[in-house]
Ligand binder design. Structure first.
Ligand code: HEM
Ligand code: HEM
Length: 175
């Protein structure tokens, strides 16, 4: 275990990580039960509001990440694990932008108004109902949304493996 492994992500990075993680779990729960939205009329509005909040928080997070160096990984971590971790993180960032953006795109073509928890309107993007863009965004939203699940299992599995098996302080960097 290296001394470096104990240096933490800063408070902003940790707060954004856990806020977004919690929000994603709520989004998956709401999204994957969208068949029952008719019986829960509040659910689509909450799904869209939380989703658009994730988009904004993610853009802030990416900006922060690009301007702040993260703590180094343990020096003895095999290079394939470093690569896998970086690939997972990179894919997470892609999904964290692409999933809510695709939701915003295809919902803009729908009949319902967009607002943030009923407090203020969110502008609809210029997307026509039935257009190729609307259809692709809808399809993409469902596929990419579900892709969070295996990625999250890999990510959490790796975090727990580092914590309980390797005991190398990697998880503590994010706590
Ligand atoms: C990171 C944020 C988001 C995640 C993880 C997410 C995830 C999901 C998932 C997993 C589904 C179910 C897909 C399926 O049927 O298999 C779904 C459905 C849906 N999402 Fe999202 N979503 C997010 C953001 C948004 C946003 C921002 C909007 C719109 C502004 C939106 C609008 C919708 C709608 C309307 C459905 C229902 C689609 C249908 O049943 O045809 N989502 N979402
Ligand atoms: C959907 C939920 C989650 C998402 C989207 C997510 C996303 C991310 C991303 C993008 C990073 C990279 C940070 C950077 O830019 O350097 C990261 C790091 C990390 N996450 Fe998560 N995470 C989630 C849930 C969790 C959970 C539940 C745990 C713990 C069990 C966890 C533990 C960690 C740890 C320990 C790191 C630092 C790893 C490293 O430095 O290589 N994450 N996460």
């Amino acid at each position: 275990m290296t001394q470096q492994a104990f240096v933490k992500y800063d408070g902003v990075a940790r707060t954004l990580h856990w806020l977004i993680a919690l929000a994603i779990l709520i989004e998956l729960r709401l999204g994957l039960t969208s068949d029952a939205w008719k019986a829960n009329p509040w659910a689509p509005g909450v799904h869209k509001s939380i989703g658009l909040t994730i988009l904004v928080l993610t853009l802030v997070r990416i900006g922060w990440r690009l301007t702040h160096t993260p703590p180094a990984l343990p020096a003895d971590m095999p290079s394939w694990q470093v690569l896998l971790a970086k690939g997972t993180h990179w894919l997470f960032y892609v999904l964290l932008v692409a999933v809510p953006l695709s939701g915003w795109i295809f919902s803009s073509a729908g009949p319902y108004p967009l607002n943030w928890f009923g407090l203020f309107d969110i502008p609809k993007l210029a997307v026509e109902k039935g257009s190729m863009l609307a259809e692709a965004a809808h399809e993409g939203h469902e596929i990419m949304g579900q892709f969070f699940i295996p990625l999250l299992l890999l990510h959490v599995g790796a975090a727990l493996y580092h914590h309980f098996r390797l005991k190398d302080g990697v998880l503590r960097r994010m706590l």
